[in-house]
Design a binder for this molecule. Sequence first.
Ligand code: PLP
Ligand code: COI
Length: 340
Amino acid sequence: MEKKNIDWANLGFGYIQTDYRYVSNYKNGAWDDGVLTEDANVVINECAGVLQYAQTVFEGLKAYTTSDGRIVTFRPDLNAERLEQSASRLEMPVFPKDRFVEAVKKVVKANEAYVPPFGSGATLYIRPYIFGSNPVIGVKPADEYQFRILTTPVGPYFKGGAKPLTIRVSDFDRAAPHGTGHIKAGLNYAMSLHAIVDAHKQGYDENMYLDAATRTKVEETGGANFLFVTKDGKVVTPKSSSILPSITRRSLIYVAKEYLGLEAEEREIYLDELKDFAECGLCGTAAVISPVGKIVDHGKEICFPSGMNEMGPVTKKLYETLTGIQMGTIKAPEGWIVEI
Ligand code: PLP
Ligand code: COI
C-alpha cells in the first residue's frame, strides 16, 4: 500500500480529509447496513436535533502502525461501550458494539494510505460520532440519527510534543454532579470553549477543572484525565463520577501495576495536596501522556520537581510502556490490540 505524501513528523492535531468515512443511518427504530462513502459533507435539515439541542455524542481512538508493519487499534471495544453509555444518557439509540468494531476496522482499512508509518510520531485518529438528524423543535430527542466515523492523521495534541505543560485552575466548571461529565457529549466540549480560549490568551496550555460542588477536588482538563505520581512512586488518579472514564487512564493503572510493579490508585485528589506530588501528567487518546510541569492556582504556582524540561521518570516509564504496547514492541494484555 502506497502511503500519501504527508509530512508525518510535522503533523499537528488537526483535520486532514481522508478518502473514506463510514455512515449508518437510524430510522424507524433501526440502523441501516452502513456504507463507506467518499462524501465528506453531511446534509441535514435546518432544524435537526443536533443543531437545535446539541444532541450528539462522540468517541476518539487511534490506529497505529506496529514495528512489524501491521495496522492495529487499541481497545476499540471500550470506545464502543462508552459510546453506548453516552448515547443512552442523551436518549439516543445505541450503535451495537460488534458493528462499531467492524465499522472501525472497515474505515481504517479503506484509509490505509493515511495511517502514519511506524516511528513517524503520528497516528490515524478515528472519530466515531452519532447525532440527531431529523427536525426537532420542541425539546425532545430526535427520531432519526446518523452514526459516522471519520479518520484523520494526527501528530501530538499539544504543540510542544513532550515539553511539560502549564495548566491553570479554572474558575469555570466543566461538569455538574449528576450531570453529563462522565459521558462524551459534544455539549461538554462546547461549554469548555470559552475557558480554553481564555486560558490560551492568558498563556496557559489547558484548564484544570475542579469538582463543581465543593471546588476543592481535582477533576480533569477539557480533553484529558489527570495522573499524578507521589514522592514515593505511587501512581494516583482522580476518582469522580463527573469525569470521563478515560480508556488511557484505566489502561495506565493496569500498566503501572502489572508491567511496572507500581502501586496505583484511583481516589479523590484534593487541590491542597498537589504541592506534595512529584509528577503530573495528562492522559487520553489525543494527549497520550503529556507531562505537566506547573499548575497555577490564582497566581500561586505549584511546580513539580520533574521540572519544565522533560517528563518525570515514572511518567516516562508509563509513556514508553503504553506506547510500546500500542506500537507492538511490548506484548499487550489479551484483547487490548485489535488488528485491522
Ligand atoms: N477526558 C476528556 C474530557 C476527554 O475528552 C478525553 C478524551 O477522550 C479523555 C478524558 C481521555 O479519554 P480516553 O483515554 O478514553 O481517550
Ligand atoms: C480524545 O483524546 O480522543 C479526545 O476526544 C480529546 C479531544 C479533546 C481531542
